[in-house]
Design a protein around this ligand. Sequence first.
Ligand code: HEM
Ligand code: HEM
Length: 278
Amino acid sequence: MEMENFKHFLVALCAAGAVGLVSIIFVLRWVLHYKEGLGWDGGLAEFNWHPVLIVTGFVFLQGMAIIVYRLPWTWRCSKLTMKFIHAGLNLLAFICAVISMVAVFDFHNAAKIPNMYSLHSWLGLIAVTLYCLQLVLGVGMYLIPITPVSWRAAFMPLHVYSGLLLFSSVIAVALMGITEKLIFGLSNPKYKDSPPEAIFVNVLGVLLVVFGALILWIATRASWKRPNDQILHSLHTNVGGEDNTKVGPAMSQLSDAADDEAFGDVRRRSNKPDDQAN
Ligand code: HEM
Ligand code: HEM
């Protein structure tokens, strides 16, 4: 039964990875095969960096950053190491988003197209700005060692909620962008006549929704959460001589108790009240 839980995790993880990678292949094929390719010349080839960097960076890398704590084989790594990986992947995603925005603004300015007129651009800029805020607050709260432990614990539910909300919003904004581009870009035949490019890119939109759904599923299962370091420590010492590198069994032992309430109990009994929020 517990092993079953681990298998379910692996299935969800592989599905998310596969759908994410196929989305990247789709966006590359879109711009390289159907569109003008990639370049940095103020023209359409420069605009094309916009969807490519959004899908690979802002959607895929952000999705991976969100679930990185949940990989059972990383539970042997220190929480600090995982924080650097989580923060690093999120920073990389942010850098991709910023370059993708430079590409589209540059293209608009070179072609004398107005800036910031669409709902897509409004919500997109808001999402990137709030993502930057989330990044700065995350570093301030969880990487800088002087932040009081009580603040870390109090802020964690908000950090998780706003992280998941931002991730979902980014996918919604990407879908609006895809639709706009298809309406603008297809003229002969038009979008409404369902040319192969339209069908292909509609499928990309569906893939992005499925990717988002899988990441949200993985990130919200209580029994797949990274256990509190104290629980991991006592498991390793209790197993008595068993190889500590085997995180599979550790995960299955935890699966029944691994909800927030169970960790809350341990937390209350320990001297470090917020180990989970560290
Ligand atoms: C324009 C952000 C995803 C297509 C813009 C602009 C911003 C933006 C701020 C305005 C640029 C300007 O006014 O000069 C975002 C964000 C995205 C995203 C944050 C990810 C969540 C996409 C995707 C596509 C796309 C995947 C698909 C091709 C477009 C198009 C424009 C545009 C066609 C020009 C028309 C307009 O300003 O609405 N985007 N975008 N976007 N974006 Fe995106
Ligand atoms: C957890 C999002 C930046 C530290 C989470 C979770 C999400 C998230 C969705 C829940 C994951 C889970 O339950 O397994 C984001 C986003 C960020 C960001 C979107 C950037 C925009 C940061 C930064 C740090 C950080 C810079 C600093 C180290 C943490 C910590 C956890 C966490 C400590 C708790 C993990 C656990 O106890 O299992 N983040 N985060 N986050 N994040 Fe972030």
